[in-house]
Ligand binder design. Structure first.
Ligand SMILES: [Zn+2]
Length: 347
């Protein structure tokens, strides 16, 4: 096995023992990671290996916000939190707060605070995001939804349903208008107009260009309890606005996407289109393994209610024409112009 082959195997195995030995960078996202990073598995042809953080940065890559490769070994606190993240990602039964704090040698309250400061999410929300990601990954691979649920580390399917709403399984929850859900919301100004952002405790559930504010949330989630933004959401709104004003690769926010299984596959595929690239509806249909479903794909794109975060603006007609955009073709053009500039300056 060559060195690169061995390194690639370590990445596939998320080998914790290789952290600090090398880092890998993903050309399509512009991000570099520790071998153990839990982020989505990249394709081999898009991965480069580097010995040091400095080399990766020099080559134009940015440090992953999840595994913090640029902070590896720099602070005992960061290392302790990284271990906690790995446990949450890798253990069959994710440990509870008490256990995590004990392993870290901190009190639960202090651990919670440090975790939040370093990771940007509370341990609970982080664990939810990990589980949700696993389930989504497994749903794509498993022929049986039940197997996928168990593979993702859920002890029962009812817990999976409770955790995820009905994501990937059926859109029942959302059709019921968000009954029993708390939806936090915020509005903000971007260069392309005012935005409204909504989030459940699982993640962001709505981003729209709109001046209607709270009223828009009421239309989407008439039965949910609406509350003003908390600190989590406020931070995420800042990231979304900066993504609109100055797009960059590697935006990674917890999302609470709910639609039919088909819609969710389309929305997932949209998130895989790299910044600065566009695809046609037919290409997107091929990407989800249903090459004849271009029309259904177009309709799923039109139902996206996570503007920019789920980049449906990167889909154009086969002829290269822009085609429609839920939030206005001018805005679509503006977003694509900004992104093509980023792509050029990165080169
Ligand atoms: Zn990473």
């Amino acid at each position: 096995m060559t060195q690169d082959e061995a390194r690639w195997k370590a990445v596939c195995d998320r080998d914790v023992a290789q952290n600090g030995v090398f880092i890998y960078a993903v050309k399509t996202t512009g991000i570099f990671c520790l071998p153990s990073c839990s982020s989505r598995q990249a394709k081999r042809e898009n991965v480069d290996f580097y010995e040091t953080v400095r080399q990766a940065q020099k080559a134009g890559f940015r440090a992953c916000k999840r595994c913090l490769p640029d902070q590896f070994g720099t602070s005992p606190q960061v290392d302790v939190i990284r271990t906690a993240c790995e446990d949450l990602q890798n253990l069959e039964t994710p440990p509870d707060l008490e256990t995590l704090a004990q392993t870290a040698g901190l009190s639960p309250a202090h651990f919670q605070k440090v975790f939040k400061k370093i990771v940007g999410l509370s341990p609970k929300r982080y664990a939810m995001a990990v589980r949700k990601q696993r389930l989504l990954r497994d749903l794509n691979l498993s022929d049986s939804v039940t197997n996928a649920i168990y593979d993702a580390g859920y002890s029962s399917s009812s817990r999976a349903y409770a955790d995820m709403g009905t994501q990937g399984l059926s859109p029942k929850n959302r059709q019921s208008g968000g009954r029993g859900e708390v939806v936090r919301f915020a509005t903000a100004k971007s260069d392309l107009g005012e935005i409204v952002v909504g989030a459940t405790e699982r993640g962001i559930c709505l981003v729209e260009f709109s001046t209607k504010g709270e009223q828009l949330l009421k239309t989407h989630f008439p039965l949910a309890e609406l509350k003003p933004a908390d600190a989590d959401l406020a931070g995420e709104v800042v990231e979304i606005v900066s993504q609109i004003n100055q797009p960059r690769a590697g935006l990674s926010l917890p999302l609470d996407i709910q639609g039919t299984a088909f819609q969710e596959r389309v929305w997932q595929a949209l998130q895989d289109i790299p910044l600065g690239k566009t695809v046609s509806y037919a290409q997107l249909a091929t990407a989800i393994g249903q090459p004849t479903a271009a029309r259904a794909v177009a309709s799923a794109c039109a139902k996206n209610s996570l503007a920019v975060v789920v980049p449906c603006h990167r889909v154009v007609r086969g002829t290269g024409e822009l085609s429609g955009y839920k939030w206005g073709v001018d805005r679509k053009q503006a977003l694509l112009n900004l992104e093509s500039k980023v792509k050029k300056t990165n080169k």
